[in-house]
Design a protein around this ligand. Sequence first.
Ligand SMILES: C[S@@+](CC[C@H](N)C(=O)[O-])C[C@H]1O[C@@H](n2cnc3c(N)ncnc32)[C@H](O)[C@@H]1O
Length: 277
Amino acid sequence: MSAFDAERFKANERAGFNRIAGRYLAAATARQALQQALVELAAPAPGEHILDLASGPCLLAADAAARVGDDGLVVASDIAEAMLACGRDAFASDDHRPMTYCAADAETLPFADDRFDLVTLGLGLFILPDPLAALTEVRRVLVPGGRLALSVWGPADAVPLISHAQACIARLLPPPRVPRPSVFRFGEAPVLRRLLADAGFGTTDTTDYRLDCRFADAAEYWQAFLDLAGGAAEAIARLPEAVGRKLADEVAHELRPCRAGEGYATSNRVLLALACK
Ligand SMILES: C[S@@+](CC[C@H](N)C(=O)[O-])C[C@H]1O[C@@H](n2cnc3c(N)ncnc32)[C@H](O)[C@@H]1O
């Protein structure tokens, strides 16, 4: 088995999220309530300077920007430029949202020390090969007393939105030559709290959030997964068409426990956390 190559992994994630940027933005309405719950927890205030990391198409950043007023600023940052471009297209003409955009790797932030009052990081920490390095950077760019508000997926068996799709991939495709970090690895509150403490954060409050997603059929579920998981979408796009079709068929079988009326329903656990520098 080859050794994990963090730079190659990040390049694959970047390519994948650039590939799906438009579809990610369109599909994100299904997670709007989750995003609003994170903004409520973060409580952006007028005049604050905010960094939204792994911002994707900048939806969370735009919500925060609507609250900081003319004296505030939100910097939306992501490794995938096409994701940021979607946000810029959607919000650039909105004078009531003071936003700027910065393509960057969350593990090496191009910002001065003590620059932001608040950092938000929605569904992104688990994608980073070195989350401790990223959190150390977050702490560096926060003012003393600054806040970090983030969301991560819960444990695998509590996130059918992703775990059923991953189970199909694991059954049908050869194991990856290099294992990917699990998106569920911070799904238990004590693990997340320990990581934040290791990065030097003081108090951390965590709370559970339930994200319910319904699908008309298995194809809609599979498309929703591909529109959310950039790295997986990138790998699957490279497969022969017949294998892609087989995967879609396997999903219909796998999803049977989620049958609800004519379609499928998934209830997914998300962990929200608020930490202070
Ligand atoms: C699941 S999306 C979350 C987007 C958005 N925060 C949301 O809640 O919808 C994860 C994002 O992390 C970004 N990302 C992946 N690796 C990154 C890295 N090393 N540094 C910064 N962003 C990264 C991806 O490009 C993608 O936009």
